[in-house]
Design a protein around this ligand. Structure first.
Ligand SMILES: [Zn+2]
Length: 302
């Protein structure tokens, strides 16, 4: 069976929108990149990948689960802490430490590294840092897997997750899929509440955010290319809607919205891929971010 991507890549629409994107990237004064889960999925780290899930969560796969997206908070609500930590340390260890720095991110960096660019991402996997992006040009709007905070926010103190992973991984009982020694599970030393991923409000978050806002302010009166890669509807308030608003308000900006999965979300079928109000200022690109980045990478010297 032919890969749907081959059909897409040979289509006139694909080439036409790629040429337009390349022209904007080449001629813009500033480049704003928004990256969501679809970018890491295109790089090989998909939270919908059943085969990958079987390799790093074999116990969960044996219990009948298929991929990480099934296991976001609601499913885990009734789990005992010892199960939740077994799952979480496996997940974070694989995504953050076992999975290598992705070639696709490196190619993206090669495309923009000589430009005045900025990245805002909702991804927590730290691929931007791991592939060499200058972190003063990256805003991790949802934090990262690296930091933990007190769930009840009794303190501003943060804890690095790596020593916790190293301590708990060997304690996962593969029969029960629980941490075998519950006393090893970390809690806030001040109030005893569970520790939780530091999504926002962590030390330094405001500084990162301020750098992003300062950069955005500088785009005023500049030619601005906005490239959105694999951003869905999980947290549209972080990238998707602000990018639409910015495109609408900016006199000389163009939004390129790359999202292959868009058509596959029937629940959001009522939305056009780009709003009508952005007619002429936005290009819908229902393609895999991998195809888009590699097309540009292969032509970057021409
Ligand atoms: Zn606490």
């Amino acid at each position: 069976m032919a890969d749907i991507r081959d059909t897409e890549k040979s289509g006139g629409d694909f080439i036409e929108s790629m040429e337009l994107l390349k022209t904007w990237l080449d001629t813009a004064d500033m480049i704003l990149i928004g990256a969501g889960a679809g970018l890491s999925a295109a790089a090989g780290l998909s939270y919908l990948d059943e085969e990958l899930f079987k390799t790093f969560q074999p116990e969960m796969a044996a219990m009948g689960y298929h991929y990480p997206y099934e296991l976001f908070e609601r499913e885990k609500e009734n789990w005992p802490e010892a199960r939740e930590w077994a799952y979480n340390v496996r997940h974070v260890n694989f995504v953050r430490y076992v999975f290598p720095p992705a070639e696709l991110y490196k190619k993206l960096l090669a495309l923009v590294q000589d430009k005045d660019f900025f990245v805002v991402t909702s991804n927590c996997d730290r691929q931007f840092m791991r592939t060499g992006f200058p972190m003063e040009r990256v805003f991790e709007a949802q934090g990262s897997y690296d930091r933990l905070m007190c769930r009840d926010r009794c303190t501003k103190e943060e804890w690095d997750i790596k020593p916790i992973i190293d301590r708990l991984l060997p304690l996962i009982d593969s029969e029960t899929f629980m941490i075998s020694d519950e006393s090893a599970i970390p809690h806030c030393p001040h109030c005893g509440a569970p520790l939780f991923a530091a999504i926002r409000d962590f030390e330094g978050y405001k500084d990162e955010q301020a750098r992003y806002v300062d950069w955005l302010v500088r785009t005023n009166e500049k030619k601005l290319c906005i490239l959105e890669l694999g951003v869905g509807f999980n947290t549209p308030v972080v990238i998707r809607w602000p990018f639409e608003r910015l495109t609408y308000l900016h006199d000389n900006a163009h939004l390129f919205r790359v999202n292959r999965g868009y058509r596959e979300w029937p629940g959001h079928g009522g939305y056009p891929m780009v709003p009508k109000a952005l007619s002429g200022k936005a290009t819908p690109m229902p393609y895999d971010a991998k195809d888009v980045i590699e097309w540009l990478y292969n032509r970057r010297l021409s």
